[in-house]
Design a protein around this ligand. Structure first.
Ligand code: GLN
Length: 202
């Protein structure tokens, strides 16, 4: 029984394949999660980037929202990138009125926080917990974290000019979230960190 734990990628909507590829690249066993049976089989779950309002709608329609919340309450490690970060947030600013989240992270996020001019951009971020090499981060209509509760560890911030910065990566117990998309670059350090979190909790 020394096989590595099975990690799921929530496959309601979003860039599922890219996350499966990143997980495979770090030697994890990974599978798409579409059904309750899929969800029951995994030891950790990645929630991909995409569109959080659509993901919320599909989770409700497919009867997956409450089971996802149950898995989160049971302490199943979860990693959300971009729309996935929104799905893991306890509070969302500029959400659609009927938008639901899985929750778990004691943070307030703002959707589409970087404005129209910079819908999409890349930046070299310092993420000390991933080592000294900067992390090339891809932001696509990204959210930002506007407030964090006391149990939340801030992993990365981005410079907004004039001395201002905002939080773009956090961890709280078994939950990890980034406003950017590590699955779109060859840098697998965020996925490695998550796989390690799943291994430790398994
Ligand atoms: N703006 C999207 C949302 O609110 C997130 C974008 C992304 O995941 N790339 O869900």
């Amino acid at each position: 029984m020394s096989t590595s734990p099975l990690i799921g990628v929530l496959a309601l909507q979003g860039d599922v394949r890219e996350h499966l590829r990143s997980l495979a690249a770090v030697g994890a066993r990974a599978t798409a999660v579409r059904t309750l049976a899929d969800l029951a089989a995994v030891a950790g779950l990645v929630i991909p980037g995409g569109e959080s309002t659509t993901m919320s709608k599909l989770a409700v329609m497919d009867g997956m929202l409450e089971p996802l919340r149950d898995a989160r309450r049971a302490g199943t490690p979860m990693y959300g990138s971009c729309a996935g970060m929104i799905m893991l947030a306890d509070r969302v600013i500029d959400a659609r009125p009927d938008q639901e989240t899985i929750g778990g992270l004691d943070v307030t996020v703002r959707r589409n926080a970087f404005g129209r001019q910079v819908d999409s951009f890349e930046s070299d971020l310092a993420i000390p917990s991933l080592g000294p090499e900067p992390f090339r981060a891809v932001f696509i209509r990204a959210p930002q974290v506007e407030a964090v509760g006391p149990g939340v560890e801030v992993l990365a911030t981005i410079d907004r000019g004039e001395g201002a910065s905002t939080i773009v990566a956090v961890r709280q117990g078994p939950f990890l979230a980034t406003a950017f998309h590590p699955e779109l670059t060859g840098d697998t350090r965020v996925h490695e960190m998550f796989v390690e979190m799943v291994r430790k909790s398994a």
